[in-house]
Write a protein that binds this ligand. Structure first.
Ligand code: SF4
Length: 341
């Protein structure tokens, strides 16, 4: 019999199993709390009887990630983990320290099938989706290792979260559960490269998360070159979905724009971008493109980035430049991959 992934269950689902086992209801809450503290085995649940632990072992499995390698930036203390999964697949995750606390960037898939040309995560396609429990474990494992409490989460590591929709939604519900990690949805950003139908589906949940759209281009001509997904969902359709998302959730959308030297950083590009986003309540996050050895894109110099930002703000747009963290450990956007070199 295949064991059930217990940490991906909601409290109510767990309650159903526990009562069917003839156990009192409150046991479900106790077990749920232990799981979300990041226990690695049922034996660590010290207030659960030996007989119930045995029953749990026969029916369930705890899916956790394990630290395979850890890299610490000498520049800013950013920590990147290479985690092994139960089936030995590898993923990466990054912990950053900000003034307001610790933030974690987690992976949602092993690899990615979206094939954005500037990104290392998609170089070898998609291996598999992560379960909600594995995503939770990326957080609990880092918290335990660093002895910290993480207060902000971005689903912006390896993978396209909305291509793993069901598990991502499950994760969002679990991570914000008051008996679990209890991280408020307002402190969570979910990125997408632009899966239009999934953006509309996510809007229906009305989660107070921040939707972070990887736009990276002001028009179809450039976006078709850098992001394969644009052939399926061109920018007009994407922006239309973003407008609908905002109308439903009333949450300001964040647009990620990786500035690639000589590709999407001209004054004309800034004008196009402001026309495209006109009337949409949003923020533009400018990211100097990070080098990946497999592509020939160049990182723009600081002045070019600032010029592009100024061009946008002069046009009335809300645009800031993202700080680059973990530059010496390839921990920045688009650099995460499933490798151990
Ligand atoms: S940028 Fe995101 S969606 Fe695109 S290939 Fe990389 S991980 Fe996938």
């Amino acid at each position: 019999m295949e064991l059930i992934d217990i940490k991906s269950l909601s409290q109510n689902e767990l309650l159903e199993y526990i009562t069917k086992m003839g156990e009192p209801k409150f046991k479900a809450k106790q077990i749920f709390k232990w799981l979300h503290k990041g226990v690695e085995s049922f034996d660590e649940m010290t207030d659960i009887s030996k007989s119930l632990i045995q029953k749990l072992k026969e029916k369930f499995v705890i899916l956790n990630v394990k630290i395979n390698k850890k890299f610490v930036s000498k520049i800013d203390g950013t920590v990147k983990y290479l985690y092994s999964l139960n089936d030995n697949d590898l993923i990466e995750c990054v912990v950053m320290k900000y003034l307001h606390g610790y933030s974690i960037c987690i992976s949602t898939q092993v690899g990615c099938r979206m094939g954005c040309s500037f990104c290392a995560s998609g170089l070898f396609g998609l291996t598999r989706n992560l379960t909600a429990s594995e995503m939770l474990s990326e957080i609990t494992t880092a918290q335990k290792d660093l002895n910290i409490r993480i207060s902000n989460i971005v689903l912006m590591g390896m993978g396209e979260p909305l291509d793993n929709f069901e598990n991502t939604v499950k994760f969002l519900k679990l991570v914000s559960d008051e008996n679990g990690l209890n991280i408020g949805l307002r402190h969570i950003s979910v990125s997408t490269c632009g899966l239009v139908p999934k953006i509309l589906e996510l809007a229906e949940y009305n989660f107070p998360i921040t939707l972070s759209v990887s736009l990276h281009a002001p028009n179809n001509e450039i976006r078709n070159r850098t992001m394969k997904i644009n052939h399926k969902y061109p920018v007009e359709e994407l922006i239309d979905a973003c407008k609908k998302y905002f109308n439903k959730t009333n949450r300001r959308i964040s647009f990620e724009y990786a500035i690639i030297d000589g590709v999407n950083d001209s004054k004309e590009n800034a004008k196009e971008l402001s026309r495209l986003l006109h009337g949409l309540m949003c923020h533009i996050n400018l990211i100097p493109a990070n080098p990946v050895k497999e592509n020939s894109y160049k990182t723009p110099n600081r002045q070019k980035v600032l010029n592009f930002q100024k061009a946008l703000t002069d046009l009335g747009m809300n645009a800031t430049v993202r700080r680059t963290l973990g530059a010496d450990i390839s921990a920045s956007c688009g650099q995460l991959r499933n490798r151990n070199k």
